[in-house]
Design a protein around this ligand. Structure first.
Ligand SMILES: [Zn+2]
Length: 75
């Protein structure tokens, strides 16, 4: 029985990552966080795994913010 939602499985990857639309090379890795009450927030932010790209998107309080460039703190 076909399952169109899951699509093709490549190798042993059980999760399907979204390809990065900026560099078309990396994939967006989901990052999870925990809320103040300790409730897990799944997929709060997505970050491209291509170091030359650095594209990231995050969700705060239901608002989506696009980070075109990663901000590095200078200490
Ligand atoms: Zn990218």
């Amino acid at each position: 029985m076909n399952d169109p939602v899951r699509g093709n499985r490549k190798g042993n990857m059980t999760e399907v990552f979204t390809g990065c639309l900026k560099c078309n090379k990396g994939v967006l890795l989901p990052l999870s966080d925990y809320g103040r009450d300790g409730a897990p927030i799944r997929y709060k932010a997505w970050v491209c795994n291509n170091p030359d790209c650095g594209f990231n998107i995050r969700i705060d309080n239901g608002e989506i913010s696009l980070g075109k460039e990663l901000v590095q703190s200078t200490k």
